[in-house]
Unconditional design. Structure first.
Lengths: 293, 175, 782
């Protein structure tokens, strides 16, 4: 299973990388960790004519916390993020999802931005971006823009990135006070794509009532799926089991999974309800711990 | 730099790859699409690293890049250049000897056909370096990215636990 | 003779090579000027080939040659029938064997039609993609049941109903005997055994030396001697001109003994045509379609019992999916038919199967070789009967065991070795007792399960039993020789795919010849070293080759003694063989090394007496008249999450009897590996086909092999009922672990979820969380 021939360029600078992408457009792909791209190339499902290797761009290897949030550069590998104390503290949802992604051997090379640009709806990370309200920084030779996660994932393996754009970094907004998060998935084996996965984030007021909530699911459709109506069920309420069950039922009715060789669509839908319920219970309990008694 | 000024010499269909593998430098000129697994095995003749799937699932091709396990079937040889590569051939201290982890595998019958073994050794050697006192659940978790079709894993787990115990004892710690 | 090694957990001789990456596997072979092969394989399950245009491929730089069926000329012929139909009265058998390259029509996805030879595998694959084929897709017979219908599309135009075979075997008179039954259970069962997926895929390297007039073939085969004989015949060479080497092999499990794969037939031929070495290594995507599977059967089975739960008889009618061609005959369904009987007395048996051609990859034996299917049916029928009668699963089995004094026990039907199915020895009740004790069965049922259930946990326990026919003929041979160095060499015709032959065989010889086990050098899988043999399959390596080795070693021991007696001018009984030396008993200084003795036995002057041979060497063959029957019982405790149907195995116990054990570590390893494959088969692995015969999950990301987190620690105990059929008393163990896991899961899950309360029965393998959820939601809806 050898990849088709391609021409190779090692990026000398970000400008160089963007200039090459501007020249070659759809014919060229960026190569970071390659953990999503190279298997596709080995199967010859992807046959880019040109690969622009951005691994030399060490300036894109960063995790930086600022007042606007936590930014992670395109060259930053999963393993770096996984072992980051900053991420643990500031972005617990991201910290919780990472050990579910494949295996350490993959995470030692793969990058978050590479995963997001690949946009596999079965992947866990896009759902986490949705739930966190992250935004994506796209740059091209002719400009740059920020794209909200909710606008970023268009379809199966399709993002809002234009042919000449590169995803250079992502930014996750700071967690409001009294916020609890949880990521849960069900996979056949450790590290497999989830049959269903849920990322939730809930914020409580000083009285323990929910003021903000977001729920996002993976493998629930052609893109990672936000469940706003389900989230809305929580707002204004204490997160008791009845409210959570109602939100879970709502989420279950909102998803439209396709089914696959491992799970029927009905079973996936059922799991969406179960996992949403369990994740909300955990997130709610975590948030409650931050509410002064 | 505008695209009209851009030289095309940066985009190539052939690359000269210099790799440091087990401390030794090698240089070959290959197509950029040559996978690191094939480069090691066929350009360098280091056939200890095995190929099982070429889609990153089975782990047989696992090597270390700067001491961290990685799938050589999911890396182009040209990408590996900035890294020190370690393969199973570099584990034993000398010819005719075995690394303590290899010794533990022999002790515990931790291999049958041996095809998945090099990938497992490179994975678990790094794991034990970072986690010198793992319990069985942790060992199985660390092993879960390497498939074995012969052993059912039990003796592999025993071997890793024994190697950890021996290493702790050698350091003078509790066995 | 000391038994210093036999029966001991000796560390393996071969491990250092394997652990340091120094062992030679087929893809490690590098030859000067070697070219590489890739195949264009059919993307359709059934289609006519209208035209093949290789023009662009031929023009690609680095492409050396391209071959279609036409280019093979007279060399093109269907493969041989490996296993003829069994001598059963009234049988129907339609032989349709695979071809080296498809001509006119393809019958399964992955069937090869064009061979490309290029300077690298990369270029060869590029060239494959250059080839343009004009296809006429034909209707597909994919689903087993659909393919068996009279109006189904024909896989072979001249085989109506896709009937590859029809076989009925009976013992007694089920129809009459069952009329008076207290209870009759009748169910439909389906069992799918997936595919083997060894970590090393297949491969062939061939080198033709024009000057030496010799062909060398490296092949991942489990049967090097048969490949040598077949290739010599096909290429019109003398057998002495062909050397087949099966070096270290990364897992066999059965499909690597299928002969002759198209690639095995073509690579040596091309190497001769081009006078250049050629290598073909199967990639994983190819493996899913090009290497054989075992797949599925549908059984409509019926069991009649008396009021005490004793079996009166079993009637079974089943369909067997044989794939697009049937070179391996009926081994798999015959094994299903025979092994269904298990360790039980079944006075009346009426079993009929139809092997059905489908437009899918060939089906040949894979670890268990059809036994799983039969065992599933029997064990499930017993479980269902037990529930109806209010008996426990263990008790119903106990009541039906063949008694220990009833051996040899003849079931009267024909087995895969074409003799009447006869169990040589066995003692089943103690094995059942052992496994129940290991898993604390009684305590779990009486104390733990009620307590855990009260706490809302869905926990279940199960126990199943099985037999495994092992060690069949025809024969194996071995040559043992004391070398001038004092080391002892052993060569045999079989190959090794991880079973530890380099050690277990060395143990036998080390004991007989008094050397250290590390001083015994074992050669397997090289036809230049040993001429005769059948192969490593059907759990027979240790039994058949092991006994040949034992015999040869015994003869060598005798030669050592008589040669040394002559040397010391004493009686043989005065001698001790130990630590590589022969010495006079009580006078250890008066000794001679084995190496020196070997040199003396090979004189440079003088004469070798008539009727004797030079050296300390012996060749011996062992051919058992029938197989030795191993047996066992597995037990398991699981917890099921009733919301997600995910399963956690809490405990797993195996009680096994493979007769006398050569190396307990190796036996444990074989059983553990088998169980892991059984777990994969029962709960993780499934080949999912579309109606068009497309395999939807042809990658290791979607065909799920169990990982270290999915296979539990196993608690193993062992009983020894020696086989009377061979001097060493051993039985095979290679397949045992894999056989009973399907029914074990079914029984355990039914118990954990108390499925009888919602009238749901688990009658199909494989299961999965999704499947369980679908089955149980249907139950709830009723």
């Amino acid at each position: 299973m050898k990849p088709a021939p391609f021409r190779y360029a090692a990026a000398e600078s970000l400008e160089h990388a963007l200039a090459l992408k501007a020249r070659y457009g759809e014919e060229a792909r960026f190569l970071a960790g390659g953990q999503s791209l190279i298997p596709a190339m080995n199967f010859r499902l992807a046959q880019p004519a040109v690969l622009i290797d951005i691994n030399p761009l060490l300036e894109l290897n960063f995790i930086s916390a600022g007042t606007d949030g936590l930014r992670i550069g395109a060259r930053t590998r999963y393993a770096t993020v996984e072992h980051s104390a900053e991420v643990d503290t500031l972005q617990p949802l991201l910290a919780e999802v990472l050990p579910n992604i494949a295996h350490p051997q993959i995470r030692n090379r793969g990058t978050l931005c590479g995963n997001l640009a690949h946009a596999d709806p079965a992947s866990e990370l896009p759902a986490v971006m949705l739930a966190s309200g992250a935004r994506m920084h796209a740059r091209s030779a002719s400009g740059e823009r920020w794209i909200a996660a909710s606008d970023f994932f268009i379809n199966l393996f399709e993002t809002a990135l234009r042919a000449d754009e590169m995803l250079v970094e992502i930014e996750l907004p700071p967690l409001p006070p009294r916020t609890g998060t949880c990521f849960m998935e069900l996979a056949r084996r450790q590290g497999d794509y989830a049959m269903m996965g849920v990322a939730v984030q809930v914020t409580l007021d000083a009285g323990g009532k929910c003021t903000l909530a977001s729920i996002a699911l993976c493998n629930a459709g052609p893109t990672p799926m936000a469940a706003p109506a389900a989230a809305q069920v929580l707002v204004g309420n204490s997160l008791d089991s009845k409210v959570i069950a109602a939100a879970a039922a709502q989420a279950q009715s909102e998803v439209s999974p396709n089914g696959n060789v491992h799970a029927t669509a009905d079973y996936q839908r059922h799991l969406a309800g179960v996992l949403t319920r369990r994740a909300l219970a955990t997130a709610g309990a975590r948030a409650l711990q931050k509410v002064p008694a | 730099m505008s695209s009209t000024e851009l030289s095309d010499t940066s985009v190539n269909d052939s690359v000269t790859v210099t790799l440091t593998v087990n401390g030794k430098r090698y240089t070959r000129t290959v197509e950029p699409r040559m996978l690191l697994s094939d480069f090691l095995r066929h350009e360098l003749g280091l056939t200890g690293t095995h190929v099982g799937c070429e889609h990153g699932v089975c782990g047989a091709c696992t090597v270390q890049m700067d001491g961290q396990p990685a799938r050589s079937c999911l890396t182009f040889a040209v990408q590996a250049q900035p890294h020190a590569i370690s393969t199973v051939e570099g584990l034993a201290p000398a010819r005719g000897q075995l690394h303590p982890l290899q010794e533990a595998f022999r002790e515990c019958h931790g291999l049958q056909c041996g095809y998945c073994t090099p990938g497992i050794l490179m994975t678990m050697q790094a794991f034990l370096a970072a986690h010198p006192d793992p319990d069985e659940a942790q060992i199985r978790h660390a092993l879960s990215g390497n498939l074995c079709r012969c052993t059912g894993y039990q003796h592999i787990v025993d071997a890793v636990a024994l190697a950890a115990k021996n290493a702790r004892a050698a350091k003078g710690g509790a066995a | 003779m000391s038994t210093r090694y036999f029966g001991e957990p000796v560390k393996r001789n071969e491990d250092a090579r394997l652990l340091t990456g120094a062992a030679l596997f087929v893809d490690d072979v590098e030859l000067t000027g070697m070219l590489h092969a890739a195949f264009l394989r059919s993307p359709y399950a059934h289609a006519r080939i209208l035209s093949i245009d290789s023009t662009a491929a031929k023009q690609r730089p680095g492409v050396i040659a391209i071959y279609t069926a036409e280019d093979l000329g007279a060399y093109w012929q269907p493969g041989p029938l490996l296993v003829p139909p069994p001598p059963v009265a009234g049988i129907t058998f339609n032989q349709r064997c695979q071809v080296p390259l498809a001509k006119d029509v393809v019958r399964h996805v992955g069937e090869p039609l064009v061979l490309v030879i290029a300077e690298s595998r990369y270029i060869a694959e590029d060239a494959v993609n250059d080839i343009v084929v004009d296809w006429d897709p034909l209707p597909v017979a994919a689903d087993l049941e659909a393919a068996a219908r009279p109006d189904a599309p024909r896989v072979h135009d001249d085989v109506p109903g896709n009937v590859a075979a029809w076989v009925r075997q009976t013992n007694g008179d089920y129809a009459t005997a069952s009329r008076g039954a207290h209870l009759t259970i009748k169910r439909r069962f389906t069992y799918d055994h997936g595919c083997s997926q060894p970590m090393e895929t297949r491969g062939v390297v061939a080198q033709w030396d024009n000057k030496a007039d010799k062909l060398t073939i490296w092949d991942t085969t489990q049967a090097p001697v048969a490949i040598r004989n077949g290739m010599a015949a096909m290429l019109k060479l003398s057998e002495r001109q062909v050397r087949v080497i099966a070096p270290f092999i990364g897992g066999g499990f059965g499909p690597k003994i299928m002969m002759f794969y198209p690639e095995e037939v073509l690579v040596p031929w091309v190497a001769m045509q081009l006078d250049t070495p050629v290598k073909w290594i199967e990639d994983r995507a190819e493996h899913f379609v090009a290497t054989t599977h075992e797949r599925g059967q549908i059984h409509d089975a019926e069991m009649a019992l008396d009021k005490d739960g004793k079996i009166i008889g079993v009637k079974d009618v089943f369909l067997h999916d044989t794939g697009a061609y049937d070179p391996y005959g009926l081994t798999v369904p015959l094994n299903s038919q025979c092994t269904l009987l298990g360790p039980y007395v079944v006075p009346h048996y009426d079993s009929t199967f139809t092997a059905v051609f489908t437009n899918k990859t060939l089906v040949t034996p894979y670890r268990g070789a059809g036994r799983q299917h039969g065992v599933f049916v029997m064990e499930r029928l017993l479980d269902i009967a037990a529930r109806e009668l209010g008996i426990t699963p263990a008790e119903i089995r106990r009541r039906n065991f063949i008694a220990p004094d009833a051996f040899p026990y003849n079931h009267k039907i024909i087995y895969q070795d074409f003799t009447e199915l006869t169990y040589d020895s066995g003692n089943y009740a103690p094995i059942l007792d052992q496994v129940l004790k290991t898993i604390d069965y009684e305590r779990f049922i009486k104390e733990e399960q009620p307590r855990l259930r009260a706490a809302g946990k869905c926990v279940g326990i199960a126990v199943v039993c099985y037999v495994e026919g092992t060690g069949i003929g025809p024969y194996e041979g071995a040559k043992v020789q004391v070398q001038a160095s004092g080391k002892v060499s052993v060569v045999t015709g079989i190959g090794t795919q991880g079973q530890g032959h380099y050690t277990s065989f060395a143990q036998i010889v080390a004991d007989a010849t008094g050397v250290d086990v590390t001083d015994v050098e074992v050669v397997t899988g090289d036809t230049d070293q040993f001429y005769w043999g059948a192969g490593t399959f059907a759990s027979r390596g240790a039994v058949v080759a092991g006994n040949a080795i034992g015999q040869a070693a015994g003869i060598v021991r005798q030669k050592i003694l008589s040669t040394a007696a002559e040397h010391f001018e004493c009686a043989e009984t005065d001698l001790v063989i130990e630590n590589g030396k022969v010495s006079l008993a009580g006078v250890p200084d008066h000794s001679i090394t084995l190496g020196e003795l070997a040199r003396q036995a090979n004189p440079m002057r003088g004469a070798v007496a008539p009727g004797t041979e030079p050296g300390l060497e012996a060749t011996s063959y062992f051919g058992p008249t029938m197989g030795a029957t191993a047996s066992g019982a597995h037990a398991m405790i699981i917890e099921v999450d009733p919301e997600t149907m995910m399963i956690e195995i809490k405990r797993y116990a195996v009680a096994h009897d493979c007769g006398v054990v050569i190396n307990p570590l190796i036996v444990e390893g074989q059983v553990q590996g088998g169980v892991a494959q059984g777990i994969g088969n029962a709960f993780f692995e499934q080949l999912v086909y579309s109606e068009e015969g497309q395999l939807l999950n042809a990658s290791l990301a979607d065909y799920l092999l169990p990982t270290a987190l999915d296979v539990p620690r196993m608690e193993m105990t062992h009983t020894v009922t020696p086989s009377p059929l061979n001097p060493l008393g051993i039985k095979g163990v290679g397949e045992a672990g894999a056989i009973p896991v399907g029914p074990l899961y079914a029984q355990a899950i039914e118990d954990a979820l108390q499925l009888h309360k919602i009238k749901v029965e688990l009658l199909d393998i494989p299961l999965s969380p999704s499947r369980l959820w679908e089955l149980t939601r249907a139950g709830k809806l009723e």
